[in-house]
Design a protein around this ligand. Structure first.
Ligand code: HSE
Length: 308
């Protein structure tokens, strides 16, 4: 059995407009690299974090707490060292904490001979999300571990279902380089929802999932509407409405806040439309004094993977 694995843990988009806390999808071009190796002494040690200033203390690191949750559940005394090379900036809204947590539990599981399925690893990776945001939401860790689109049905476990990915679906991401903490973006949310808004939201979510199953791109576009969370959070993100409009005019199906922001995602049919969206939204941001990155990604249907 191997002593060490190198894992690519991809970025993800959570919420997907009408799917707050339940719907997410997986990206290809950007992610963390997590190296996991066995060690002789029991316990989990984070030996190195490259690319960002994050805690090495296992109990304060999302990958550390996720790894410990797995080993405790398995009652394993095997020790592990974890090395994290951050490709995703913390607070970017594209699943930075989820990637590190998912990469760590996936690597440990592989070195232990895969006692858990990918789906079973979600509950451990969620412990990292709880540390990062105060809430154990699974809408980033699920697509990071399973790939494609995933829906998190509420309940214990959790109960996570993979949704088919239409073959021509592409995502465009713009990441304005300001930090927005998930805990802060959650603190602006109202606790109660008016019934008329709830009806619109669950209609849109059901239609979006149907659109994904049927590869009906028009229906996907019509359903990417969030009448509950987006109005509360949009003000936290510079140029949000202008980016949405530019993306639509450039041929995008629909856009929304990626996770808790500040990144904004757009879904498009075909790579050409996704690239046109990238150009259009970059033009919105170019005059501002805010640095930004853009990405175009086919939906990553594989999820976290061993690369060495
Ligand atoms: N569903 C979470 C939130 C995702 O929006 O608060 C955070 O990435």
């Amino acid at each position: 059995m191997k002593e060490e694995v190198k894992v690519f843990a991809p970025a993800t988009v959570a919420n997907v407009s009408c799917g707050f806390d339940v719907l997410g999808f997986c990206l290809s071009p950007i992610g963390d690299t997590v190296i996991v190796r066995k060690k002789e002494q029991p316990g989990v040690v984070i030996t190195k974090i490259v690319g960002q200033d994050l805690p090495l203390d296992t109990k304060k690191n999302v990958a550390g707490v996720a790894a410990e949750a797995l080993l405790e559940d398995l009652q394993s005394n095997q020790g592990f060292e974890i090395e994290i090379h951050k490709g995703i900036k913390a607070g970017s809204g594209i699943g930075s904490s989820a990637a590190s947590s998912a990469g760590a539990v996936f690597g440990i599981n592989a070195l232990l001979g895969n006692p858990y399925t990918r789906n079973e690893l979600i509950k451990f990776a969620m412990k990292g999300e709880e540390l990062a945001s105060g809430t154990p939401h699974a809408d980033n860790v699920s697509p990071a571990l399973l790939g494609g689109f995933t829906i998190v049905r509420c309940g214990k476990g959790p109960d996570v279902i993979s949704i088919p990915t239409p073959p021509d679906l592409y995502a465009t991401i713009i990441h304005p380089k300001i930090e927005l903490k998930t805990a802060d973006a959650r603190s602006v949310l109202k606790k109660n929802i008016p019934l008329d808004k709830a009806i619109q939201q669950w209609g849109n979510l059901a239609a979006l999932v149907s659109g994904l199953f049927k590869a009906d791109y028009e229906l996907i576009g019509r359903s990417l509407v969030d009448v509950i969370i987006e109005p509360e959070r949009a003000g936290l993100i510079p140029q949000f409405d202008a980016v949405k409009l530019a993306a639509k005019n450039a041929g995008g199906l629909g856009s929304g806040i990626s996770g808790s922001g500040p990144s904004i995602y757009t879904l498009s049919k075909g790579k050409e439309n996704a690239e046109n969206v990238r150009t259009a939204i970059a033009e919105v941001f170019a005059p501002l004094q805010i640095e930004f990155d853009t990405y175009v990604s086919k939906i990553n249907t594989q999820g976290v993977a061993i690369i060495d």
